[in-house]
Each structure stands twice: as C-alpha cells, then as structure tokens.
Design a protein around this ligand. Sequence first.
Ligand code: UDP
Length: 267
Amino acid sequence: MKLHHLVTGGAGFVGSHLTDALIARGDTVTVLDDLSTGRSANLHQHKSSHSLTFVEGSILDVPLVNSLVAKVDHVFHLAAAVGVFNIVQNPLKSLSTNIRGSENVLEACAKNKTPVLVTSTSEIYGKNTSDALGEEDDRILGSPLKVRWSYSEAKAIEEVLAYSYWHSEGLPARIVRLFNTVGPRQVGFYGMVVPRFVGAALKNEPITVYGDGTQTRCFAHVSDVIDALLKVAGTDKTVGTVVNIGNNFEISILDLAKKIVAADLAK
Ligand code: UDP
C-alpha cells in the first residue's frame, strides 16, 4: 500500500536519505524543515517529482504541525537541533526545538492517532561508554550546567514523551536511537567528525583531534541506517519500544584521523 509520510527534518542529512528511500519505494512524502541545519539542495533530485511536497517551517509552529500531521498516514520525526557546536552555542533554542517541538509533533500524532517514529540518539547514554550499549542500559550524565548534556536530556525527554503517548494513549509510537552515522550530504559545520576530517584532508590542511584521540566511536553508513529505520517502522513488533541503530565496529578518533590521512585524499 502506498503511504503518505511526514518527514520532519527531511532536508537534513539522514532525513533527505530517508525521503529518497520512501519515494524510491513508491510512497509520497511531505517534508517539514526550517532549513536551520538542513539544506534544500539535499532534496533537489525530487524538484520535479509529484511525490514530494516541501514545506519550509518549524516544528514549533503548532497550527502548521497539526495541519500537516492531519494529512498523512505516518510520521518520521527527525527534526532536531543537532551537532555539538550548535547545541553549545544555542542552548535555549536547542532545548526548545528538541523538547517543545517534539511534544508538538507527538501531540498532533496523538490527536490524529497517526503512527510516529521518533529518532533519538546514542547521546542519551552520556558518559556510559560500555561496549555494545543495550536499549535498557543506564544513562551516565554530568552536571546539568554543562550545556553539552542538555542535548542528551532533551532527547531523553522526547523518548519518554513518545513512550508515554503509547503507554497512556495507545499512540503507535516507535523510538530509534541513532549512533554515529556518516555518508554523502553530511556536513562538518556543527561538529561531525568524519566530514571535518575529510574536508581538512581534501584541502591538505591539518586535522584537529580533540583530546588525546583515544575516545572511540562506531560509524554506520547512512544507507544501512535508512534500511534499519524502514524495518523498524514496518513492523508492529516495534511499537512502544526503542531500538538502537548503529554499526558495531569501533574505532578511536586518532585511528580514524590516521586512516583519513593515509587515504591521501588531496592527491
Ligand atoms: N572530534 C575531533 N575533531 C573534530 C570533531 C570531532 O576530534 O574536528 C571528536 C569529538 O571530540 C568526538 C568524536 O570526534 O570525540 C566524534 O565527534 P562527533 O561530534 O562527530 O560525534 P559525537 O561526539 O556526537 O559522537
């Protein structure tokens, strides 16, 4: 069955790839994006397609969110203030987008009984660096006055809101936590390490590793992440649950830098 989806944040890195995949399988998509970190160029390939409607606007605009949710069969909620630089520079705005904006989307979904998948983040684990983090594992956070943690707090509130709408009102809500994701269209302006390192290497400039570089991350390719997102959204088994989506190959940031230097991209 052809479905009509609302993809909030659909002009962003992950959202635009998700939009591509939904349209490729024959669905129609309405994208709501305020173009704060997203770019309309990410959706140019659908410029003359009837399958995409692009709406420039904010998830803080309640009447707009309500009217868009009322028209669709399913919502993928990806719109968020993202990126370490962005969060640290604009804590209030980021909190408002990530908490109030998510509440607006979930409230509209609940009103219309529209199934929703919300995208949370591995950041909710904070300083818990255990191997193979499970969905039920604990969060370990520093002081709330350390602005960096506000992203983790806001996304955790988004998760519990989605879970509570399912638990208390029967809203078909699914939650995924995205771990580090990389691929085409990702930009380094807001902190993301791979485009920053690759961008520096392409210009033959020095790569800046923060700290001692022993911190580790697992990087998944965005196309694998989209496959997983569609699988989670496509089954009843995931309603009212959270699913972690990421790669399990761990690399230190120093080794990542060395790998990118060894690739000799500037040649
Ligand atoms: N990082 C770095 N240099 C940069 C950008 C990031 O060394 O120019 C480090 C950063 O401190 C972190 C890791 O790379 O330890 C991943 O950063 P990113 O912001 O991509 O993801 P997150 O920290 O949210 O997992």
